[in-house]
Design a binder for this molecule. Structure first.
Ligand code: PLP
Length: 295
C-alpha cells in the first residue's frame, strides 16, 4: 500500500485581480487531484485506518454517512482497492433511486444499510455498535467522516513540508482535518464551518484534540458564519461563485465544502482579514463527486 507521506499534493496559484489588489499570495492545495475516487482529505483519514484494520486482522470496514457523503464514497473506493468488505450505514430511509454517490459505492462492492434519521442520531453510541456487530459480523468501525485518532493524525500529512505560507484556511465538517492540521502547523489556521451552530466546531476541534491527546502548535479559530444557510444548503450566490471561480482559476469546487470555504476566503480578503503580504494556503478537500448532486 502506498504510504500517505509519499504523496506530493499539487498546488494552484490564484492570480486573480482581487488577490493582487490586496497584496496577497493565494495558493490552493489540490487534494482533489491526488486520486479521482479516493479523494481529498478522505484519503489521508482512511489510509491510516485501513492500515490499522489490517493490523487487527479485520476484513470488513463499516462507517456512517449521508446519501451524498464524500466519506462513504471514498470508503467504498478504498475497500475495492485494498480488497476489504465495506458496509455503509446511510442516513435516511431509502426512498427513490440511489444517488450517484451511492450507485458508485454499490458498484465498488459496498453493502448499504439505510437507517432512519432518528436511528442515525445514535451513530456514536456504543450500544448500537454492538448491535451492528451482531448484525454484520466482526468489523472495524470508522466514525462518521473518519474522525478518529488515526484519521486526525493522518491529516497532519496534508500540510506541505518546509513551506513558507503564513496562513492556512480549510473547510470544517467534523473538524477532524482541522484538528490534524492545527496539531502540525506552525502558522495560524482558520477553519470555515460549513454547518450551522454558533461556536460548534470551535468547541468540537478543541474536544477532538483533547480526547486524542493532541496539542495545537499554532493559533487557530473556526469562523461559524460562512455556512450559507446550513449543511449542504446551496444558495444561487454560492452556485454563481462556484462557476465564476472555476472559470477564473480552472479549479473545480465542491458545493458543500470548498466552495463555501473559498467564498469565505474571497470575502475575508476583501475585508482585509489577512494582512498585506500574507501568503495564504487554502486546502481543497476534494469531494468533487458531490457536484453531481446539483444536477
Ligand atoms: C469531508 C470533507 C471536509 C471536512 O472534513 P472534516 O475533517 O470532516 O472537517 C472538507 N472538504 C471536503 C471536500 C470533504 O469531503
Amino acid at each position: 500500500m502506498a504510504t500517505k507521506s509519499s504523496i506530493n499534493i499539487p498546488i494552484t496559484l490564484v492570480t486573480a485581480d482581487w488577490v493582487h489588489q490586496h497584496k496577497l499570495t493565494l495558493a490552493i492545495l489540490r487534494a482533489d487531484l491526488i486520486d479521482a475516487a479516493l479523494s481529498g482529505n478522505k484519503y489521508f483519514k482512511l489510509l491510516p485506518n485501513i492500515q490499522l484494520a489490517r493490523e487487527q486482522q479485520h476484513h470488513t470496514l463499516l462507517s456512517f454517512g449521508g446519501p451524498w457523503s464524500n466519506h462513504i464514497h471514498a470508503l467504498a473506493a478504498a475497500g475495492q482497492r485494498y480488497g476489504l468488505r465495506t458496509i455503509g450505514v446511510v442516513r435516511g430511509e431509502q426512498g427513490g433511486p440511489l444517488t450517484a454517490c451511492l450507485q458508485d459505492a454499490v458498484a465498488w462492492g459496498m453493502q448499504l444499510h439505510f437507517v432512519s434519521r432518528r436511528d442515525y442520531e445514535r451513530r456514536h453510541d456504543s450500544a448500537w455498535h454492538t448491535e451492528l456487530i451482531a448484525q454484520f459480523g466482526r468489523h472495524y468501525l470508522i466514525p462518521e467522516g473518519g474522525a478518529n485518532r488515526a484519521g486526525i493524525v493522518g491529516c497532519q500529512d496534508l500540510l506541505p513540508r518546509d513551506h513558507d505560507y503564513t496562513h492556512i484556511v480549510l473547510a470544517c465538517g467534523t473538524g477532524a482535518t482541522m484538528a490534524g492540521v492545527v496539531s502540525a502547523s506552525h502558522v495560524p489556521v482558520t477553519g470555515i464551518q460549513v454547518l450551522k451552530g454558533a461556536g460548534y466546531l470551535q468547541h468540537q476541534v478543541a474536544a477532538l484534540l483533547q480526547q486524542h491527546g493532541l496539542q495545537a502548535r499554532c493559533d487557530w479559530q473556526v469562523l461559524d458564519d460562512w455556512h450559507g444557510g446550513g449543511y449542504a444548503r446551496f444558495s444561487p450566490q454560492l452556485l454563481e461563485f462556484m462557476q465564476r471561480f472555476e472559470t477564473d482559476t480552472g479549479v473545480p469546487l465542491d458545493p458543500v465544502y470548498s466552495a463555501k470555504m473559498l467564498q469565505a476566503v474571497t470575502a475575508l480578503t476583501a475585508s482585509d482579514f489577512f494582512p498585506r503580504g500574507a501568503r495564504v494556503l487554502a486546502i481543497h478537500g476534494g469531494g468533487l463527486q458531490g457536484r453531481r448532486s446539483l444536477a
